[in-house]
Design a protein. Structure first.
Length: 134
């Protein structure tokens, strides 16, 4: 269970050998976004936000998958109804302040490409969330 690994890393990050932490972190990043419970994607995204606050270099290589997870929570009809409004705004702020400002043009281009593939309805949902993130 990926969400369980997240909780282990959150709680015991200082007790794990560096190599083991890196392996578990890599497993989490390779698994996102998850198809099941939106709560698990939310848990993972909170974890990513916390890691980014202290170790942005650790999340930078995974920005494309993180971007996809953010967009899934904000626009996927199976997820967005289960995500509370304050977390949607936080996610939009993360897109605006971290993903779009990460210094990797390929990540921003990928975000734009993903947005271009969205339906009109999904783009409207995303725009509404981004507006609230101002």
């Amino acid at each position: 269970c990926i969400a369980c690994i997240v909780r282990i890393l959150e709680k015991y990050h200082d007790k794990l050998p560096a190599g083991e932490y890196d392996t578990l972190f890599g497993q989490i990043m390779s698994a996102i976004p998850l198809d099941g419970d939106p709560g698990e994607n939310q848990t993972i995204l909170k974890f990513v936000m916390n890691v980014n606050a202290t170790q942005p270099e650790r999340v930078l290589p995974h920005m494309d998958k993180i971007t996809l997870t953010c967009l899934k929570l904000l626009t996927d009809s199976r997820c967005k109804k289960d995500v509370e409004e304050p977390f949607k705004v936080l996610t939009a702020k993360f897109i605006k302040n971290v993903i779009m400002q990460c210094g990797r043009e390929d990540v921003v281009a990928n975000l734009q490409a993903m947005e271009a593939q969205m339906s009109e309805f999904e783009r409207a949902d995303l725009a509404k969330c981004m507006e609230k993130a101002q």
